[in-house]
Design a protein around this ligand. Sequence first.
Ligand code: GCU
Length: 670
Amino acid sequence: MKIIRSTSVILLIIFLAIKGYGNDAHELWLKKQPAKSVVISSNNKSVIVNNAIEALKNGWQGENNARLKLRIVKDKAINNDGFKLDNNQIKANTPSGILYGVYELLRRQQTGENTNSILSNPSYQNRILNHWDNLDGSVERGYAGNSIFWRGEKDLAVTANDLELWKQYAIANASIGINGSAINNVNASPKMLSSAVLQRVKSIADVLRPFGIKTYLSVNFASPAVLGGLKTSDPLNADVIKWWKAKADEIYKLVPDFGGFLVKANSEGEPGPQDFGRNHADGANMMADILKPYGGIVMWRAFVYSPSNKDRALQAYLEFMPFDGKFRDNVIIQVKNGPIDFQPREPFSALFGAMKKTSVMPEFQITQEYLGHSNQLAFLAPMWEETLNSDTYQNGEGSTVAKVTNGSIYNQKYTAIAGVANIGLDSNWCGYNFAQANWYAYGRLAWNDKLKSSQIADEWLKLTFKSEKENADNWTVGFLEPVKKMMLESREAVVNYSMPLGLHHIFAAHHHYGPGPWWAPKNARPDWTPPYYHQADSTGLGFNRTKTGSNAVSQYHEPLTSQLNNAATTPEIYLLWFHHLSWDYKTKSGRKLWDELCYSYDKGVNQVRDFQKTWDKIENYVDSTSFVEMQKLLKHQAFDAKVYSDACVMYFQQFSKRPIPFELERPVYN
Ligand code: GCU
């Protein structure tokens, strides 16, 4: 930063000499090019800029001995991490901006896009991954092996392997614009804040920092009592405040650019301010005041619900709206995309746009907890695009979820977005190859919330699979187009064979893989049982959230309230989310609800069968390991999709007492 400030124009002359370079096991989307020895005439000492130069060495596609002349220019007109690519210049305001500019340049080279006259500013200031990683090395809802950060509280020594792995992780994140990592589970162990663990946190932060990535920690609200031995963790108690202050001092001594705290409070049994008769604002503000002098933020999650409420979908709004305007400016309320819990499809959470005087950030789930773990193909960009583009109408038409959270409508001091990571120790990082596309897509959308899923899929496929040997036209027609189509359809296929038409949370209990619409043991919490959500009975199906039901529709702004209150004007993708409808209700296709439901399930299964056909045709375009892996995955998915579909259709048939339409496949499992 200092160097860039001291000289507004820095000339880099990079001589590229070609050497061979092998693939490594952890390779992600950005392919290394033959290595170059580079001579740089620059007095720039910023580690981030040095890493940008290193990235250029590894990735620049020049002709043999081509000479890259690149000027790095400080441009104050560019926002925080943004950059401009122009006639062999990278203009930026910060070292990170240069790093992102370099990666944009490399990506554009590899995908064959124009590299001139590009101006790019990030949509969100803080683009964060949330790792649900536990100290013992396990990963909550992780399907890609153990944690890349933790091995156990007795095994905190940092190895050379750790350092290399974290570095590769940091490079992958930087290459897609991610600039923050919360490195432990939101169900946080108080031990995370112990001095021994914080030493390892420092080591991680030291590796991430040179790639522009800040480290954040999830913290357990009861830490002062559980870890610190105090009598209470009441946020208004002077000793408790003193304890947090001392802890923050300790952290910032080790990690001077520490990003802040992520807090899951009074949710699913986690401690919080309500345990002491206080409220969310009391809890969040106490931490925010302590972090403020350091520039830290508090991401306070709105994922709250309890069995007492007649509709779980109502609760976050009810609990948080009364505190709108009561939070400090360095508190951001972190809201899951939908009101329930990362379902294959949910309408957007009503809190988006409704909290007008409070910073709000979206939380997406990259790991496929409810979308087939790492056994099923589900490209999630279409789901996130759907949420970001949903119109909340909170500040007039066009107040999309993106705009009410990225600072373009409301005055937010900090803007942020979070994605629950799908990363683990698996050799391909994410459990299956195409799951990398979800990590990639999250980063790209966090940087540019206007990107289209089709463009993201296009980029990722080119970066990951494009072979120089292949004739470009053949590759586009034979591989790119059909595989892109498959990716773009894949999330909708999961919706269709698991919970179409607005159905939700009818999963097998606990592990959330496969169907369980029947699961309702006598003593189970009702809001943890699928019948609570689907409400199937002899009269029909669906959750009545209209004015005659739980009235969740009233949490939305007009014209949505009226639209959603009426089945005829409710988008069919949300039909059974908002309405309990008769089995004979006439849907838009002209079919009765029961038939439409059967058709939807059948369609989902057939979509996966088609994916199998698509994939079998592309064998010549990918290496045999990738080919076989995906072939196996799709076979597994087709099998499980049929199980899902049959189980749900036969279960609901007990209530509908209607035949499965004759032209559809018969169930094969019972
Ligand atoms: C889901 C998930 C939990 C997780 C929780 C959360 O309920 O199943 O494992 O802890 O979300 O987001 O806090």
